[in-house]
Design a protein around this ligand. Structure first.
Ligand code: AMP
Ligand code: MG
Length: 486
């Protein structure tokens, strides 16, 4: 049923110009008893939407897909992807895009429901989603946004009033995800697999128009596109490393052309620093462990470059060489940016030869002493904020002396302080806090969720009465586990 556009969506569905073979018209399922769990009014304001004046019944009906707004064209997208290294044909199995909303300053955002029923691409899945995981995506994606990390965002979570069956019976829910686009490396792999160069070119032009307009009319367009995506992905991964974020399922279908973090399934933030941290229940070999994220990003980019080989040069050997040389730039580009990011976290101005050793020594100390990643940098940024006894240990104080000497080179206390405060959050969505909030949210009580969201909306600011959110939990005997497809 179409309804009045009270929300004031301004749909211009450019994705409809994409090759028809990658889209499937798909209507969301009607759900039994839609109820608002949470609406993101801050985001709706940024999008220029009018949600504040609308009653919950209307919002529940619209964000469950029971009523579709005028101008909505509901589709799911085909894509392929390497899942844990294995190539598969996938597609939006439980996601339906309802429209592309264009803001007053002409930015386009795809509005997508996650969990609104089976699609042509559902394979064995039920197309549905459960309340806990959707609210978890809402909390973590919003936290990422306020940590200044590119990400898809979350506009609403609606309970469907239906059950979904996983290991147990769970409450059904639908998340409204907002992304500049849902194009992924896997979208390109889909056409490369089909050896469909003509549609691949159409997809590339669409991508360039949307995400990289500065490349238009450039020579070596395809090589430049690989270069741009590499730059965006390096920036993204460096940001993840900065805050101790582990995506958990960096399959090529979860790497967005926009450079936004996408797909909050088994992701988690690290408490105690351990480069081998893995939380995903199915990542048995640590493919997507914290320290391995740059290696995997490079691997994914190589898969992207492979798709473009037929277009890079008519001579296949030459095309392969062009792509390989480009991808091989990853390591030094990443190293440089990672080092810059770490220097910023430590307020070190300029480049000194000994910086890398100093940084690695700190990380090693953190690892050996099971120090909390976020809190160690907080301790260095704000002398008295985190006063754990671990930070009084001799070896840490000795390291600090070396660091202070380094800071005296190119000394500028104000700049150092400012850079550190911008780089080191005082609060992150710690796993135990998110789990606790979700547990109470299951009972209909959103107090903890709302408090967490409020605090996480200013993660670089000193806030009063948040000590309980900053405590690093003691390592548990039962390791924290996260799950895909929940
Ligand atoms: P993800 O791990 O979220 O990237 O999902 C991998 C693939 O599984 C994608 O094609 C999803 O659309 C699909 N998928 C995940 N959960 C479900 C579900 N409950 N029903 C249908 N498809 C699903
Ligand atoms: Mg995915």
């Amino acid at each position: 049923m179409a309804v009045d556009n009270k929300i004031e969506w301004n749909f211009n569905n450019t994705y409809l110009s994409l090759p028809k073979i990658m889209l499937s018209e798909q209507k969301p399922d009607i759900v039994e008893k839609p109820e608002v769990v949470i609406i993101n009014h801050a985001l709706s304001k940024e999008l220029g939407l009018n949600l504040l004046d609308l009653d919950d019944k209307y919002l529940a009906s619209v964000f469950s897909g029971n009523s579709l707004p005028d101008g909505s064209k509901t589709i799911s997208m085909a894509y392929a992807g390497h899942q844990f290294g294995h190539f598969t044909i996938l597609g939006d199995g439980r996601a339906i895009t309802i429209g592309e909303h264009v803001t007053q300053n002409n930015q386009g955002f795809e509005i997508q429901f996650k969990g609104s029923g089976k699609t042509k691409f559902s394979r064995d899945g039920d197309g549905k989603a459960a309340l806990g995981p959707m609210l978890r995506e809402y909390i973590i994606s919003e936290a990422m946004h306020y940590l200044n990390i590119p990400t898809t965002r979350s506009l609403a979570v609606i309970k469907t009033g239906e059950k979904v069956i996983r290991e147990t019976e769970l409450k059904g829910a639908i998340l409204t995800r907002v992304a500049t686009s849902h194009l992924r490396v896997g979208t390109f792999q889909y056409f490369a697999y089909k050896k469909d160069d003509s549609n691949l070119k159409t997809l590339i032009n669409f991508t360039i128009n949307k995400h990289y307009p500065s490349l238009k009319n450039k020579e070596n367009l395809y090589l430049n596109l690989i270069d741009k995506l590499m730059e965006k992905q390096i920036d993204l991964i460096v940001n993840w490393m900065r805050v101790g974020f582990i995506h958990g399922v960096m399959n090529t279908d979860n790497m967005a052309l926009s450079g936004e973090t996408i797909d909050y399934g088994p992701c988690a933030f690290m408490d105690q620093y351990d480069p081998k941290s893995v939380f995903s229940s199915i990542d048995h070999f640590g493919r997507y462990a914290y320290y391995n994220q740059p290696t995997i990003a490079k691997w994914n980019l190589a898969r992207f470059a492979e798709c473009l080989i037929p277009l890079l040069d008519s001579n296949k050997d030459k095309a392969i060489k062009l792509a390989t040389d480009k991808i091989n730039e990853f390591d030094s580009n990443y190293e440089k940016k990672w080092l810059g990011m770490m220097r910023d976290k430590l307020g070190m101005i300029g480049n000194q030869k000994e910086d890398e050793v100093l940084i690695l020594d700190l990380l090693q100390w953190m690892h050996i002493n099971k120090a909390d990643y976020t809190n160690t940098f907080c301790n260095l940024t704000y002398e008295n904020m985190i006063n754990d006894k671990i930070f009084h240990k001799d070896d840490f104080l000795k390291w600090k002396e070396r660091w202070k000497i380094r800071l005296s080179v190119n000394n500028n206390d104000k700049t150092s302080e400012k850079t550190m405060k911008k780089s080191n959050p005082v609060v992150i969505p710690r796993n135990h806090l998110v789990e606790d909030a979700l547990k109470t949210a299951e009972t209909g009580d959103l107090e903890k969720t709302n408090r967490l969201l409020k605090v996480l909306s200013e993660p670089y600011k000193i806030q009063s009465s948040i000590q309980d959110l900053q405590i690093s939990p003691k390592p548990s005997k039962i390791p924290y586990k996260t799950f895909c497809g929940t």
